[in-house]
Ligand binder design. Structure first.
Ligand code: S3P
Length: 433
């Protein structure tokens, strides 16, 4: 998908009010696209993510022989190849999507033929050794360009493996599980911090058996996948921007219907509650093993308190940290983030850009190698924001702009479409001016 460069001007808001039903979760949509592409039969999804990233996963499985029908409005059909991808004569373009590149590599490691994976400038800077190493250990031949994409994979008959992930990463865990699904023997992935478990739940939904303990997941090789029909839950990481915005305005009232509430993704609700926000969850349902429900948020009358996010919580909240940091100045006691070095190797160096943009808005902030300290009780002014082409930075600072004095200009606002094309329109709907 080509995104033309654009800017957005965000005016301060008086309040946040309304009700939202968000497009499907990006992480789950990727997994459904990739697993449906390999499975036997036609899978049908509703509320599939509208973001450019999951669309990269769909384009890649299509180039590998799966049939994809996009009926619009989030309705997608994928007819899988039944276990054997076709080698693609041209490189597989993963766009901006680290999830596509890393997880697809896991599938292709066991497939016959040679596959080249490429990405945009940001993706080409991101570390890929973390998947090359385990997948090579299983028997695949993978070459990188100085640790990065372009990546060439020569698939092979893989051997199962017992692997402990060195960095908390759901993408690395998933790549190994998807390779393990096609390997001979039992593959086990161990992680010290339990990362999002959508791959485990999706594998089960597609008919694979997996075993889980508190800190490990095991999959027997040689299992076949069958097509499914599923509704994708609303994206919690997209909701995060609106949850944080609503938490800033005493008198706010925001409701999310059909929101994904998988516990490995919902820690932001706990943090906002600890900050003093009132969060209500009702109508919990199980959809293809994913929890879905209605969430209501109201801000505390006297403002948010403050929090430290570190250790396992930092890993579980990794995609929500930019917006939490961006609202830090408006809390009473500030937001302190540690153990989040991974933020430096996301779509941008998110620590550097959060610090730079908070300072542009007049905030005091202290940068650390693995996090930052954002003192509370600050007043910010509108500024020009450098999104660095990173969707979560563009959206995080649109939220900070709602409580600033004067207007804020978000440069590279088009990047929001990587995960959440509707973001600015929905912000206009719920922000009262
Ligand atoms: C994702 C995992 C996280 C997250 C990314 C999506 C996933 O990355 O930051 O946005 O869908 O598995 P890592 O696994 O690299 O931490």
């Amino acid at each position: 998908m080509h995104l033309s460069v654009s800017e957005q001007t965000i005016a301060p808001a008086r309040n946040i009010e309304g009700s939202l039903r968000l497009p499907g979760d990006k992480s789950i949509s990727h997994r459904y696209a990739l697993l449906a592409g390999l499975a036997e039969g036609t899978s049908r999804f509703t509320n599939f993510s509208t973001g450019a990233d999951p669309s990269s996963s769909l384009t890649c499985v299509q180039a590998l022989g799966a049939k994809v029908v996009n009926n619009g409005d989030g309705n997608i059909e994928v007819t899988g190849v039944g276990g054997q991808f076709q080698p693609s004569s041209s490189p597989l373009d993963c766009g901006n999507s680290g999830s596509t590149m890393r997880m697809l590599a896991g599938f292709l490691a066991a497939q016959q033929g040679e596959f080249t994976l490429i990405g945009d400038e940001s993706l080409t800077r991101r570390p890929m050794e973390r998947i090359r190493k385990p997948l090579s250990q299983m028997g695949a031949d993978i070459s990188l360009t100085e640790g990065h994409a372009p990546m060439t994979i020569r698939g092979a008959a893989l051997n199962a493996m017992d692997y402990t992930t060195p960095v908390p990463s759901a993408q690395v865990k998933s790549a190994i599980l998807f390779a393990g699904l096609q390997a001979s023997g039992l593959t086990t992935v161990r992680e010290s911090v339990r990362t999002r478990d959508h791959s485990e739940l999706a594998l089960r939904a597609f008919g694979a058996e997996i075993d889980r303990t508190l800190d490990s997941v095991s999959i027997q090789g040689g299992q076949k996948l069958s097509a499914i029909e599923a509704k994708v839950p609303g994206d919690m990481s997209s909701a995060a921007f609106f949850l944080c915005a609503a938490a800033l305005f005493p008198g706010s009232n925001l409701i999310f219907d059909d929101l994904g509430l998988n516990p490995s993704r919902a820690s932001l609700l706990d943090v906002l509650t600890a900050l003093g926000a009132h969060i209500g969850v009702i109508n919990l349902e199980d959809k293809a093993s994913e929890l879905i429900g209605t969430v209501q948020v109201n801000a505390p009358q006297n403002g948010l308190t403050g929090a430290t996010v570190s250790g396992a919580l930092a890993a579980q909240l990794i995609d929500e940290l930019p917006v939490l940091a961006a609202i830090g100045p408006y809390t009473q006691n500030g937001i302190r983030i540690r153990d989040a070095r991974e933020l430096r190797v996301k779509e941008s160096d998110r620590i550097e850009l959060v610090v730079k943009n908070l300072r542009a808005m007049g905030a005091e902030v202290k940068e650390f190698e693995d996090g930052l300290d954002v003192p509370g009780g600050q007043t910010l002014h509108g500024a020009e924001i450098d999104s660095g082409g990173d969707h979560r930075i563009a959206m995080a600072f649109s939220v900070a702009a709602l409580r600033a004095e004067g207007e804020t200009l978000i440069r590279g606002a088009e990047s929001a479409a990587i995960s959440f094309p509707e973001f600015f329109d929905l912000l206009d709907v719920v922000a009262q001016r």
